[in-house]
Design a binder for this molecule. Structure first.
Ligand SMILES: [Zn+2]
Ligand SMILES: [Zn+2]
Length: 168
């Protein structure tokens, strides 16, 4: 897992440290399905800025997740761009001024990246925005075989009505 030690940093207020980190991402469970990041290590732009009262961390990367489409279960690829920001006060009086990812001067970059991806996921992961899904009658993929079913067991009363309409 990727982490970063802030102990080595000797930044004065206003100064910035910039680095490119390899961020390792785990597979994601989402809506009962599994989504795998490919590749599992992505290059991320990482910046630490010393403010007068603390440190600001920025993390930017883009990952691609592969898994099943929510509607048709076909292959779906989702590109997830991430721009995360965390703040750590030098003297954190309350927890809001402390990032949960900094423990003993080590920043858990992978944990942060994983949570940022989870927060950035859409409600549904689809193979394409207009995915037609599976046919509710026969279960075939409506993207590959667009079709509709005739009403096979129509209500006979409706049939009678139809016949009546023809006579009007
Ligand atoms: Zn689909
Ligand atoms: Zn069908």
């Amino acid at each position: 897992m990727t982490s970063f030690s802030v102990r080595q940093l000797k930044l004065r207020p206003g100064e910035e440290y910039r680095d490119e980190l390899e961020v390792e991402l785990p597979p994601f469970e989402f809506g009962g399905q599994r989504y795998v990041p490919v590749p599992e290590k992505v290059p991320a732009e990482f910046t630490v800025t010393r403010a007068t009262t603390g440190m600001v961390f920025l993390l930017a990367f883009t990952t691609r997740l592969y898994g099943p489409c929510y509607r048709c279960l076909g292959d779906a690829v989702l590109e997830v761009p991430i721009r995360g920001r965390e703040y750590q006060a030098t003297n954190p009086a309350d927890e809001e001024l402390a990032t949960p990812y900094l423990v003993d001067d080590r920043l858990d970059v992978s944990g942060w990246a994983r949570d940022a991806v989870v927060l950035a996921l859409p409600d549904k992961i689809l193979c394409r925005a207009d995915c037609a899904g599976l046919c509710p009658v026969c279960g075939k993929n409506l993207n590959e075989e667009p079709h509709a079913h005739e009403e096979e067991h129509g209500d006979p009363r409706w049939a009678a009505l139809e016949a009546l309409k023809d006579q009007l």
